[in-house]
Ligand binder design. Structure first.
Ligand SMILES: [Zn+2]
Length: 412
């Protein structure tokens, strides 16, 4: 059965201009044809009239944490929620994600291949997930979030569902965890190479993991034809990461011009996460975070804005990540709204589609509306270039098609 999406304005993820009154034919899971108005004939097709709507590639969030739904505070009792609650809240996040128009996420620590299987089996409605499994973290680093005097790292490790971090000291420990993550279905690795906002015993300015430790992760990823992305707020950590061969950096909050140029030269990508900086100051409680994050996040949004402009000017490959945490993650599209104000709505959309697909090495299959690609497309009412705020309102996403399957349709 084929689907004809008729007479939409199309933002294809690659071109700098929208294309008016264009129709798209989907056959099975693939975009078969893109053509001007009126010229499409398909006898057995389901036809959806999209005049007055804009069709875009399925959005991609390159920094999701679908499974980080529990209490992060060192004071929080990790035994106070059940595995069933964690699973339920994670699946709810998957639905919210898809209904907001995000057909793909790269999960930047937490869930593993278990969630991928649950979604692929049809048991859970959710996006295409590229999991990182547990983030590779040093003792005392970002993510080692239990109280400093706690004997054990008491955070959840539920293989097949969620594990936020794995503490690894020394290249051999990193190598072993990398191999375990891949065994559990990770499609890339995440390493924390600097301090973080949700941290209790470090500073944003700190570097974490040694170059030798990072090299072990890069070697293991290369053996699987994939890559390592580093959580990095400061430039020293980005430089260490480049030296070790990291392909991507998350956040990049304190980026400077020299480091942006170095990233562009090394072919390393930046995945800024502006929405989390914007929301964390007000939503930390709902996200289960300790109040100590509030002063740590101050100033991050302004610094990240500068980083985005610098990276754009230097020609760094740029993605788009929300970094939402907690339960009921329903502001995923805010990242595109905020990025649009810094570089332009069209560039923000491109970062969240083709930019992310390139970073994830999925540009042959995902990220744009082009014949031969997987049929991941969404429709919105109106013109998102004029009114980018609509991305922050899931009710404005009227049609979501993932792999040729209609996952949401409020037009009927
Ligand atoms: Zn994150």
């Amino acid at each position: 059965m084929s689907i004809v999406l008729r007479d939409a304005a199309i933002i294809d993820g690659v071109s700098d201009r929208a294309r008016p009154r264009t129709s798209v034919v989907i056959e099975r899971d693939t975009i078969a044809e893109i053509t001007g108005s009126g010229s499409i004939r398909r006898d057995d097709a389901q036809v959806i009239d999209l005049s007055g709507f804009t069709l875009l590639p399925g959005l991609i969030d390159a920094h999701a944490h679908l499974g980080l739904v529990y209490d992060f505070s060192a004071e929080g009792d990790p035994g106070s929620v059940s595995a069933a609650q964690i699973a339920g809240w994670t699946f709810e996040n998957c639905e919210l994600c898809l209904d907001a128009g995000f057909t793909t996420v790269r999960d930047m620590c937490g869930v593993d291949g278990g969630l991928v299987r649950a979604i692929e089996s049809g048991a859970v409605r959710g996006p295409r997930v590229f999991p990182s499994a547990a983030a590779i973290v040093q003792t005392g680093g970002h993510g080692n979030i239990s109280g400093p005097f706690c004997e054990a790292n008491h955070f959840f490790a539920l293989p097949g569902l969620v594990q936020m971090i794995a503490i690894c000291d020394g290249p051999d420990a990193v190598r072993k965890q990398a191999r375990l993550n891949f065994r559990r279905g990770a499609t890339q690795l995440k390493a924390f190479v600097s301090g973080g906002v949700v941290s209790t015993t470090d500073r944003l300015e700190d570097t974490q993991l040694t170059i030798d430790e990072l090299r072990a992760a890069v070697e293991e990823a290369a053996a699987r034809d994939t890559y390592v992305s580093g959580h990095a707020h400061n430039v020293r950590s980005i430089r260490n990461g480049i030296e070790a061969g990291l392909a991507c950096f998350e956040h990049g909050t304190m980026l400077d011009e020299a480091t942006a140029k170095q990233m562009a030269k090394a072919g390393a990508a930046l995945d800024p996460t502006i929405a989390v900086c914007h929301l964390m100051a007000t939503e930390w409680k709902q996200w289960g975070l300790p109040e100590s994050v509030v002063p740590r996040v101050a100033g991050c949004e302004a610094m990240m804005g500068d980083a985005v402009r610098m990276a754009e000017k230097a020609g760094v490959l740029m993605g788009s990540g929300s970094d939402l945490l907690g339960r009921r993650q329903n502001r995923r599209g805010l990242e595109i709204v905020l990025k649009g104000k810094l570089i332009s709505p069209m560039r923000a959309i491109q970062c969240a589609t083709m930019g992310n697909a390139r970073i994830m090495r999925q540009e042959e299959r995902l990220g744009s509306i082009e014949a031969g690609k997987l049929a991941d497309v969404i429709a919105v009412k109106g013109d998102p270039l004029e009114e980018p705020e609509l991305f922050d309102d899931p009710s404005r996403i009227v049609l979501v098609i993932k792999g040729g399957r209609i996952e949401k349709n409020t037009l009927v």
